[in-house]
Design a protein around this ligand. Structure first.
Ligand SMILES: NC(=O)c1ccc[n+]([C@@H]2O[C@H](COP(=O)([O-])OP(=O)(O)OC[C@H]3O[C@@H](n4cnc5c(N)ncnc54)[C@H](OP(=O)(O)O)[C@@H]3O)[C@@H](O)[C@H]2O)c1
Length: 342
């Protein structure tokens, strides 16, 4: 394999999925440089976020299927190489982060400018790849959908995972008391180090008693990227009028909520899909929602740049070690966000 990074070369290196199946069947290859269409920018990708959903994308089991062949990867940090003539808000050479449909696990990518966000100088590129979707999702869910208030108690499951850590940090920034759950002592220590007030075992059997021991009234907001038995147990450790954010199902089990429990405690279960706002829905709404999403990402980046929120905890692998990066993410060993350095 040869690596091509020169903008004069007609190819660049990337990871390719040629048929839906096992993620381990991905392969590094040389890809042809596509032309730039109206509204698009070409990025030099320096770092790409690895998420749990990569395996679903590659298996063809995600909410939407990319056309084959495709390069996975939905979060990138890098520089703008080229902009289409109608793109005014970005310039070549600018440091940016981006939320992509796919394509981040490669040296270059061409994407719609709507979901590319200028990066303040104070935020290092290597950490920034964790921000556009992982932190964007979490910020939007807690602010837009749960309307988390200062002084409320936020229960975060999978708190050492990528979204969970973001929820611990953003919950603290929003003035909440944060109760983290995670499966191992090392993961709980990581959640405490990021600012959680309490860290409990992510055990459905003991959850209600453990939460009540540190917060007798119960949690006001639950951030749940795990699903399964932890979601069921969460219904029993919430305060009246609590909001439960159903964010993902890393456990592999999609839960359902008994309506009588929701009624008795005036609970709201709130589904949240950030993808809808960045063009991943049944219809492409990225342009419609850009005026709502771009300020959200700017607020998030300002919080990091001004030191009001710590940089994300990341674990880095070179692109050549993509197999180890995905394996670490998918085998539940990652603490924080896994990043491919490209
Ligand atoms: N709704 C949205 O807009 C949105 C956006 C982005 C991602 N997501 C979804 O959110 C979920 C979490 O994503 P993430 O990037 O935070 O993943 P992650 O970094 O891998 O974290 C997931 C956490 O889930 C817990 N977990 C429990 N059972 C697991 C299992 N069988 N396998 C793996 N992890 C397990 C683990 O914590 P413990 O070991 O502590 O239990 C792990 O740290 C995924 O389902 C993803 O697709 C949703």
């Amino acid at each position: 394999m040869t690596s091509s990074t020169s903008s004069t070369s007609s190819t660049y290196t990337g990871l390719l999925c040629t048929r839906f199946g096992q993620w381990s069947e991905l392969a590094l290859t040389q890809l042809p440089r596509p032309p730039l269409a109206a509204g698009q920018v070409r990025l030099r990708v320096r770092h790409a976020g690895v998420g749990f959903a990569v395996s679903l994308f590659v298996a063809g089991k995600y909410q939407r299927k990319p056309p084959l062949p495709f390069t996975p990867g939905t979060e990138a940090a890098g520089e703008v190489l080229e902009v289409a003539p109608d793109v005014a808000r970005l310039q070549p050479g600018q440091r940016v982060i981006a939320a992509l449909d796919w394509g981040a696990f490669a040296e270059e990518v061409v994407i719609a400018a709507d979901t590319v966000y200028p990066l303040p100088d104070a935020v290092p590129l290597a950490k920034a790849a964790a921000l556009p979707i992982t932190y964007g999702t979490t910020w939007a869910a807690l602010q837009w959908r749960a309307a988390l208030q200062p002084g409320e108690t936020l229960l975060v499951h999978g708190a050492a995972g990528a979204l969970g850590m973001a929820a611990v940090q953003i919950g603290r920034l929003m003035g909440a008391q944060v109760i983290a759950t995670a499966s191992t002592p090392a993961k709980r220590a990581a959640a405490l180090a990021l600012g959680a007030h309490h860290a409990l075992a992510g055990d459905a059997e003991t959850l209600a008693a453990a939460v009540k021991a540190v917060c007798p009234r119960g949690a006001d907001v639950v951030f749940d990227p795990v699903g399964g038995a932890l979601f069921d147990a969460s219904l029993r450790c919430t305060a009246p009028e609590a909001r439960i954010l159903s964010i993902g199902y890393a456990s592999g089990t999609i839960p359902s909520a008994p309506a009588n429990l929701l009624l008795v405690k005036n609970l709201s279960v709130i589904g949240f899909n950030y993808g809808y706002y960045i063009g991943w829905g049944l219809t492409d709404e990225r342009r419609r929602y850009a005026p709502k999403v771009q300020p959200l990402v700017a607020d998030l980046l300002a919080a990091v740049a001004e030191g009001r929120m710590a940089l994300p905890q990341t674990q880095h692998f070179p692109l050549a070690d993509w197999h180890a990066a995905l394996d670490t993410t998918l085998s539940r060993r990652a603490i924080g966000k896994v990043i491919l350095d490209i």
